[in-house]
Ligand binder design. Sequence first.
Ligand SMILES: [Zn+2]
Ligand SMILES: [Zn+2]
Length: 263
Amino acid sequence: MATFLSLYSGSSGNCALVGEADRYLCIDMGKSCRATVGAMNQLGIDPAQLQGILITHEHSDHVSGLKVFLKKYAVPVFGSEATLAYLAGHDMVPPTARLEVLDEGGQSVGQFAVHSFHTSHDAVDCRGYRITAPSGHTAAMATDLGQVTEEVIEGLSGADLTVLEANYDPVRLRLGPYPYYLKTRIASPKGHLSNADAGDALARLLGEGCEKFALCHLSQENNTPQLALQAVSGRFLAAGALPGRDGLLQALSRSGVSPKIDF
Ligand SMILES: [Zn+2]
Ligand SMILES: [Zn+2]
């Protein structure tokens, strides 16, 4: 049995762990080193147990804790070539950091097998990840994407746990306080995913055998966990599935550690 742990998830920072047998991979680190290590310690996890850090993209809510963390802990960092070059070129990692470009065809990171896939976002080369633990159980995660492409569906398909962004409720976004340019950016095909689009994708994946789902990167201003869960549950019901019976569905916490998910 493998475990998924979200330390925090949202526009103020994203970090998750996938683990099995006391070894972990970290996905992104968007809050301070202190906050991140504090959340790990709360879960009884030591940074020395990390076998790698996978980076989705270079936006600060995904990498701002990296530089200080990597000065203290020599954990290798994995990502696309363009993303790692950006981090190195913008002083977002220390010069001593071990940066390893992920093989496009997939590769081992510690005890895990990792495949990446492209996501549509206004970053240099944003990726989603599919991680297989030694037991063969698989978690797949896509965050920060303006649309769900066939490549994303393929990347997420058949995983034991799927973690997908459900960033905003379209009505809240339209009526909310954000300036027009930001609303346009969020709703664009290279922005973020709406609850309804996440629901449509997850209902499709439910039909392909996935039974556990987590919604990540919920907007503070333009969403609530209730709205996101309602929208996705509605799509599940329309597809003839009953959340709770046919799948475990939860929204990850923006500020703190979410309940662990075994998969
Ligand atoms: Zn982003
Ligand atoms: Zn983000």
